[in-house]
Design a binder for this molecule. Sequence first.
Ligand SMILES: *[C@@H]1O[C@H](CO)[C@@H](O)[C@H](O)[C@H]1NC(C)=O
Ligand SMILES: *[C@@H]1O[C@H](CO)[C@@H](O)[C@H](O)[C@H]1NC(C)=O
Length: 357
Amino acid sequence: MAFTFWHVPLAALLASYTFVLAAVEIQNPQSQYKNVIQSKQEGCDLYDGKWVIDEFYPLYNASSDCPFIGKGFDCLRNGRPDKNYLNYRWKPNACELPRFDGEKFLERNKGKKIMFVGDSISNNMWQSLTCLLHKAVPNTKYTLTTQSLLSVFSFPEYEASIMWLKNGFLVDLINDKEKGRILKLDSISSGGQWKNVDILIFNSYHWWTHTGRSQTWDYFQVGDKLIKEMDHMEAFKIALTTWSKWIDSNIDPSKIRVFFQGISASHADKKACLGKTQPEEGSMAPYPGVDIVKSVISNMTKPVELLDITLLTQLRIDGHPSIYTGSGPSFVDCSHWCLAGAPDSWNEIFYATLLRD
Ligand SMILES: *[C@@H]1O[C@H](CO)[C@@H](O)[C@H](O)[C@H]1NC(C)=O
Ligand SMILES: *[C@@H]1O[C@H](CO)[C@@H](O)[C@H](O)[C@H]1NC(C)=O
């Protein structure tokens, strides 16, 4: 089926990319981190940059600092022999990201609820954030509860919760006894759960790329029409548009700040990440679906900040668990990310964006 790529109205998006760094605090003089103070006039594209070695990284030891980490992400414990992948920091070309300060993050988000909504890549980012925060305040009590699709990590002292709500499509997937599993591209019935929080970080993409046995639906539905097969990216576009309309009509931006976690690149094709120990450099080919995300977000009436992580993940072919998932060497994971690792940088960017005002 024909599939259109839209011209991306970049000017409209620039507001979400460009931001001004405030004074950056420095905690470790050994780090290559520069104590940069940028003038308020200077904008910086956080997503135009490169991975640089920084001996101050990783920001935590997953095994000893993060007792609640998912087994599949702790690649070292799962036997990964090379360690260079732990030492990379994302460096925007025109500025420095502020050092992640977990205590400051919690102070600023005292009494708040932060919710990630999305697939296992959301889970990856959520786990990174909870590790970064626990590492910052190791003696502060935390609780972790998981009920059905919702995982809640809380710091009672700060009355702050960092949550992950598993939801791979954002639109409804229903089970019809006669017809099977139906992915309703124009329907969102679970949005009520998204309203009682302060910050939302959505993500959806990878489940749309599934085909064959890994596909989790039998039919698409739009209106009354059941559709057996259509271009999956076309379906993604319809669904993301449904989500954007839901946000536009249900979210008050003075109460809830909305982010979209951009598309995290996979290197699963031909298991390309296998044996890779170095990041790539330079520019990368456009990644499928990114135009859709940008086009949908730029058409919205409510502000949504895009965490545009695609290029920086495209470059991190070395950052996946590969055969070190803990499930044996026959399973090669080139989609998720080792922790510590690339998602820590997404959270550094998220943190920088939150500091902006
Ligand atoms: C992380 O901590 C574990 C357990 O204390 C230790 O065995 C391991 O060497 C540490 N890893 C790194 C990279 O320092
Ligand atoms: C966004 O709006 C433009 C202009 O109206 C339109 O051409 C484009 O198709 C829209 N994008 C999406 C994803 O609907």
